[in-house]
Design a protein around this ligand. Sequence first.
Ligand SMILES: Nc1nc2c(ncn2[C@@H]2O[C@H](COP(=O)(O)OP(=O)(O)OP(=O)(O)O)[C@@H](O)[C@H]2O)c(=O)[nH]1
Ligand SMILES: [Mg+2]
Length: 305
Amino acid sequence: MEIFNMIKSKFVTPFVTPPSGPPSEDDKPWRPMNWSEDGQNLLTTVTNFQPGNPEVNTLRILLHGPQGAGKSSFFNSVNNAFQGRISTKAQANSSDFGRSFTLECKTYKVKKDRAGSFFPFMFTDIAGIHNVGIGIKTEDIIQLLKGHINDGHTFNPVKQITEEDPKYKNNPTLKDRIHCLVAVLPANTVSLIDEDNIRQMREVRKKARDLGIPEVIIMTKVDEACPLVKDNLEKIYTSKKIKQKMQECSVKLGVPVNCIYPVKNYHEERTTNTTVDILILDALKNILNFANDYVEDQVDSQNAI
Ligand SMILES: Nc1nc2c(ncn2[C@@H]2O[C@H](COP(=O)(O)OP(=O)(O)OP(=O)(O)O)[C@@H](O)[C@H]2O)c(=O)[nH]1
Ligand SMILES: [Mg+2]
């Protein structure tokens, strides 16, 4: 027995814990954020925001992206951040599977006070982009960008809108157009998004760029993409995983990383949370500034003619 143990200790290497991989967190945040102070400042900034041009008193933001990416939940999260409570104005899907839950072209506003006034921006939430042939047509999204589609239009996956449609607007003006295009991509499954979906999103982006409309990416589900962030959302800007997912989104759509806002949407919470609110409001603040710049540029170029 003794001999057996001697041989065993000589030839069987003891179990050694493998060296841990590269650190999952950077030492310094790669995007500055003052978590303790920014919440109130941000809320004041976005609450007091006013479009710079009286011709367009409400900025229009279009949310597009794959089915189940979190478009409706993003609008709900904006609404929650302002109301200080959980609401479900835009119906979010309870599962990531099946047909897109949002079929109609719906427009949502955020209530400012009990007297019935609204903040000067609105979100248009459309059906999730599907595989070609099943979902909303690229040409329909382009018509929306140009302001040709009225609220409440139900998209037909096999037939694009025509001028005869009652929801078709013939002579849209600057106030009817989309002023900022927001692509919503989920951080946890961005690598798995169908190539056809990405192609369609790139096509829409290209059209938006030709029209001068700015585009940003809202990268949702950061909690599902990085355990560090799931545990503590304040680690979002030190997480290497999140940085890597943002780079992946940037490459997929050709949007620079500084126009990508990673967020965690409210999805199962019962109360609001300052860190969630800060990320949502910071993204909204930037979207509003981009939309406002677009309107001012358009008015300047109209005046220059
Ligand atoms: N963990 C987590 N889940 C989220 C997040 N955002 C959305 N979800 C969940 O993802 C699912 C889909 O969200 P929706 O907001 O309905 O997605 P959508 O893009 O509007 O989907 P369609 O309208 O079907 O195209 C829901 O179950 C949400 O609760 C997030 O940031 N984190
Ligand atoms: Mg939806």
